[in-house]
Each structure stands twice: as C-alpha cells, then as structure tokens.
Design a protein around this ligand. Structure first.
Ligand code: SF4
Length: 458
C-alpha cells in the first residue's frame, strides 16, 4: 500500500466539516423551576440575583430563629471574634437553616425529608452497638447469667426479635431494635411504670409450651415481694437469653452477625504491613500476593469508579468519628501537631497536615449524624466548593491525619463522597431531564457558598 505524500507547496486546506447537517438540534432546555417565588434559575448565575437571594435568606432565617440569626450576623461583621470551637458550633447551628432554605429553593423538601429519614433510620444499629453489644455481648463474662442451653437461648431470642422488630427490618436491624426495646422495657418496669407491649411478649412466650416451662422453672425461684417483681424478672431473664444467644453466635466466625455494621471492629494500624500480603510458596518467600477476597471484581475492567460506600457503611464512619472540632483537636482538618505546634509525621515519614482546604470534617459528620443531609454538604462547601473533584479514591490527606493513628482512621473521603452523592441523587429527581445531576449539584454548591461563607456574603 502506498501512502500519499503531502505536498508541502499546497496551502493548508481545512477538511470539510464532518458534522451531519441532518442531526437534530436539541430543544432549548426547560428552565428549572425554583421553589421560592420571585426567583428564577438565571438569578443563581447573576451577582445581583444572588445578592437578592442572600437578603431573602437572611430575612427568612431571622424569622425562623432570631437568636441564631443574630449570632451569625455578628460573626459576619467580625469573624475574628470567634475562636475555632465557637465557630464550629455556630456553623453546626446555622447549617441546618441553610439546608432547609436550599431544599425550599430547589423545591426538594419532600425528597430532603425522605433522605433525612433514611439516614436516621440506621441510628438504632449504633445505639445497639454502644448500649447492648459493647455492654453485654463483647465482654469476657458475657452470656454466663443464662443457665439453660443454646437452643433455649436461641428460641427465646427469636421470640424477642419477632416482638420488637418492624416490618421491613433486615436481620441486623431486627436484632438491634428488639434488644434496645427490651432494654428500655426493663428500665421502665424498674421505674415502676407498666407497658402494654409486655402482654404481647408474654403471649408469645406462652404460645411455646417448651419455653413457657423454662420460665415456670425460673419464676418459681422469684421471691414475689411486690406487684411487678415477676414482670421485671421475666424481662431481665429474656435479656439474658438474648445476650447468651448473641454470645453463642459470636463464637462462630461464619455467622452472619460478623457482617453486621454494628459488629465492625476497626483494625490496628501496622505501618510496616499496610497492605496485607500472602506468601503461597514457602520455597519462594519473595513471591507475594494480596488476599484473594479483597481483589476487585469489576464487570467493567477499565471503570475507575468503585461501588462507593453504602449509606450504612457511611453511617458507621460517622458514628466512629469523635467530633474533635468540639475540642479544637480535629487533626483531619487542621493537621496533627506536636506540643510545639509543628506538624507531626507518621512512621512512614509522611507529614500529617490534614485537609489542605481546612474542610469542616467533624462538623460534616455531626450534621450527617443528625440527618441533616444538605447541611452536611453545605458545611463542607464553605471551604471546598469543588468537592465533586475530591473525596473517595481521590485524596486522603484528611484521613491520614485523623486522630486515630494506632487503628484504622475514619474513612472521611468515603463519607464525604456519599454526602455529596445523596444530595446529587435528590437533584436528579427535580431536574425533569433539564440538566445533568452533577451540573445541578454544582448550582447547590455555588448557592451554598454565597449563603454561608462570611467573606462572600458580606
Ligand atoms: S475524622 Fe478523625 S480527626 Fe476528624 S473529627 Fe473525626 S475522629 Fe477526629
């Protein structure tokens, strides 16, 4: 095959356009309808419109909470008067108003409430972890207060789990909710109050002659001093049965409970072995490979984006955070420093400077914990309006400087990306095909900065 030699004497001729003239021109986009009258989408891209919007927000906020508005206005006039802890507290106080206003502005109040409910719905798992698993199950002497066998513990626990669960609960939530409900019932009875739900529990117990016979045996030993003693003894006995059942399950590493979010145990940080390696060939110790089960199975081999964290996994990270901004110790944001104030290094010699943008990370987690999805995004947007370009699998300086240095740090990028994507997915509902969700979420971020940041809105 011969190739045509370009003639250097011929002046450059542009190629004819390859555009297909019959390709339909897309219709002009429909304008996004805003939820606050007097404002149009175009106003969000115009300084005068944004100024008007800011005044409207300020007036609305003053009506909603005059005290919070006054504190916020004072800070805007003299930002230097607030120390770090007070500023964090103010931002956490104001952010939910910004979130509610944005929900109104973009007419996504219903979606916002639904998202908030979905976030708060996971909270029983973390209460269960703190108040039941840690106190009753993950202790050395756990399960010893129940003197019958495992089958009895399991039968009684199943009865409790059926009593306390709600329809739609998965196994972990069923166990969590029921154990917490039974603990609350025990506290109530100890305080001398009664509770109608006890009747259903008793009825379920007596429906099983075998389990009822066990209770008869225990009851015979209860010294009935006052009315109500027997009920208290029954509930305490059922609690010890639930404890014994979970302790028995915890002895079996193949039990599904090891996959529960509430059972997650952060692993110790070994800087000499950050990547787990296996040596399969003893004759060739330098031949190493990563664990089979941690390999990424991708249906699309070149896709760079993984499945991200589920809402429940993100809730686990938010629960694991200890909100250090309340003590001005949020090293994820401000860097980890020694007593002289110098930035510390980790054992690998990496500077622990924290987020280069000083993002309000602890504050984001605190607002997310409260179910304030848009407010959590807003508080990050103050320092990082371009958060779609950061987060999971992109940067992790914050995570490296987290206060947890000897064990797994809080997975901040995972949480941050989910905070963004949750709002992004709400946006997809409102845009009616007008725009892509990412473009719409950028509008939210832009407006947030104008409403929230002191320098821009003064
Ligand atoms: S992410 Fe880590 S350093 Fe930051 S507030 Fe939470 S626990 Fe503290």
């Amino acid at each position: 095959m011969t190739m045509a030699t370009p003639n250097m004497d011929t002046p450059f001729q542009p190629r004819p356009s390859r555009r297909i003239s019959t390709f339909p021109t897309p219709p002009p986009p429909q304008e996004l309808r805003l939820g606050i009258s007097g404002f149009r989408y175009a106003d969000l891209h115009d300084p005068a419109g944004l100024e008007r919007l800011f005044e409207h927000f300020s007036a609305w906020f003053a009506k909603e909470d005059a005290e919070a508005h006054a504190a916020w206005s004072a800070w805007r006039v003299q930002p230097e008067t607030l120390g770090s802890v007070a500023l964090s507290a103010l931002l956490v106080r104001v952010a939910p108003f910004v979130g509610r206003y944005l929900a109104q502005l973009f007419a996504i109040e219903r979606e916002s409430e639904r998202l908030s409910d979905a976030i708060l719905a996971d909270q029983p798992l973390f209460d269960f972890r703190k108040n039941f698993l840690k106190k009753r199950v993950l202790r050395g002497d756990a399960g010893k207060g129940f003197r019958f066998d495992e089958a009895a513990a399991s039968g009684l626990a199943a009865l409790v789990f059926a009593w306390g669960a709600r329809s739609g609960d998965d196994e972990e939530m069923r166990v969590a909710r029921s154990s917490l409900a039974l603990t609350a019932l025990a506290t109530k009875l100890r305080g001398g109050a009664s509770d109608a739900s006890l009747a259903a529990l008793k009825a379920a117990l007596h429906a099983s002659p075998k389990l009822a016979a066990l209770w008869d045996e225990v009851r015979a030993e209860v010294a009935t001093l006052e009315a109500g003693d027997e009920d208290r003894a029954l509930v305490d006995w059922l609690l010890s049965a639930v404890e014994a059942c979970l302790v028995a399950r915890h002895r079996d590493p193949s039990d599904s409970m090891f996959r529960w979010t509430s059972m997650y145990v952060p692993h110790k940080h070994d800087f000499e072995a950050l990547v787990p390696l296996r040596r399969k060939n003893p004759a060739l110790p330098e031949q190493v490979e990563g664990p089979e089960e941690q390999r990424r199975q991708r249906s699309e081999p070149f896709a760079l984006t993984d499945r991200r964290g589920s809402r429940r996994e993100v809730a686990r990270e938010v629960d694991y955070c200890i909100y250090c901004h309340e003590r001005d110790k949020d090293s994820c944001s401000k860097g980890l420093r020694d007593k002289q104030g110098a930035v510390r290094k980790n054992p690998l010699g990496v500077d622990l400077k924290g987020c280069p943008l000083d993002e309000k990370i602890g504050e984001m987690h605190q607002l997310r914990l409260q179910g304030e999805a848009i407010a959590a995004l807003a508080v990050v947007a103050v320092d990082n309006p371009m958060m779609p370009g950061t987060g999971h699998r992109i940067c992790n300086d914050c995570m490296k400087a987290c206060v947890y240095q000897k064990q797994e740090p809080v997975n901040i990028p995972l949480a941050e990306t989910r905070v963004l994507e949750d709002v992004n997915s709400m946006e997809r509902l409102l845009i009616d095909g007008t725009e892509q969700g990412t473009v719409a979420v950028l509008s939210i971020l832009g407006v947030t900065v104008v409403l929230f940041a002191s320098e821009l809105s003064r």
